[in-house]
Ligand binder design. Structure first.
Ligand code: 5GP
Ligand code: ZN
Length: 119
C-alpha cells in the first residue's frame, strides 16, 4: 500500500534502522523509543490490524513470535524480560495501520496496563 508508512519502509522507500529481515518479516527500531530497546516487528504482508488476519496467516503470526524470541536474545532481553504490545484500533492506541508487534525492554516496565493499573 503506497500510503502506508510501514509498507514504504518494507519497500525501502522510507528509511528505518532495520535489525532483522527475512522473506516474510522485517524488524526495525522505533523512531520514538519508550525504553532502551524498542523494536517493531512487522509482517511484509499488509494487514490493517490484528483484526485483518485469517486462518491462512496462522503460520506467519507464529513466526512473528519466533522473531521476537530471536531479537530478545540478540538485544539481551531474554534473562531480564520484556514486553510485547500489539495496539489495535482507536481506543487501543494504534497509530500506524499496518499490523506490528512492539518489543520493549531494557528497563523495568512497572506500568502494567494489563493488570489494570494506570488505565
Ligand atoms: P502504534 O501506536 O501504531 O502501535 O505504533 C506505531 C509506532 O510506530 C510508534 O511507536 C511510533 O513511534 C512508530 N513510528 C511512527 N513513525 C515511524 C517512523 O517513521 N519510523 C519508525 N522507525 N517508527 C515510527
Ligand atoms: Zn502497510
Amino acid at each position: 500500500m503506497s500510503d502506508c508508512l510501514f509498507c514504504n519502509i518494507i519497500e525501502k522507500k522510507a528509511d528505518a534502522d532495520i535489525v532483522y529481515e527475512d522473506e516474510d518479516i522485517i524488524a526495525f527500531k522505533d523512531i520514538n523509543p519508550v525504553a532502551p530497546v524498542h523494536l517493531l516487528i512487522v509482517p511484509r504482508k499488509h494487514f490493517d490490524s490484528i483484526l485483518s488476519i485469517g486462518e491462512e496467516d496462522a503460520y506467519l503470526v507464529g513466526r512473528l513470535h519466533l522473531v521476537v524470541n530471536k531479537l530478545a536474545g540478540e538485544f539481551g532481553l531474554q534473562e531480564r524480560g520484556f514486553r510485547i504490545v500489539i495496539n489495535c484500533g482507536e481506543e487501543g492506541g494504534q497509530a500506524v495501520l499496518h499490523l506490528h508487534f512492539h518489543l520493549i525492554g531494557g528497563k523495568p516496565l512497572y506500568h502494567n496496563i494489563a493488570k489494570g493499573r494506570g488505565v
